[in-house]
Design a protein around this ligand. Sequence first.
Ligand code: ADP
Length: 170
Amino acid sequence: MAEPNAIAPKVAIYPGSFDPITFGHLDILERAVSLFDRVIVALAFNPGKNPLFSLEERKAMILEAVCNLPTVTVAEVPGLMVEFARDQGAVALIRGLRAVSDFEFEFQMALMNRKLAPRVNTVFLMPHVNYTYLNSSIVREVARFGGDVSPFVPPGVARRLLEKFASPAS
Ligand code: ADP
């Protein structure tokens, strides 16, 4: 392996569906911001998932939520995440680990990504214990049945969830 350039800014990619972004995602993002010079939130196109929010809506919610984090940008990534990471000169893929149940899938994914792009390391970060139960699908379910999601998501996301489930089409 060649010597890494010591003065090159350290870029990390934080990939995910963010359907929608929650305080758990933001907790991980803030930790990543403290470790890397730039962090790119990478919105994955996952054909296996049928998202509640369109890519545009998810991107708008992330941009609103990260407006106080100047080193964070948002990108839509249609292809392989490690290829995007390589194109961006990123040194790391950030993933959040909430519990042992996350581990097996994340471990497989990290090893596959290492095989595809050996220079891009997966970095696992743990959220504050308050967010270990939180994920986007639980938030969607709570909102669907009229529960209060304001403890779990930024205000702009809570508003959009309310609008989504208020409309007869959803
Ligand atoms: P994916 O479809 O890739 O799992 P998600 O948007 O669900 O996308 O999650 C993106 C990343 O954020 C994953 O690494 C996931 O483990 C992490 N994450 C999601 N919710 C939390 C949370 N509450 N605490 C810590 N990490 C989280």
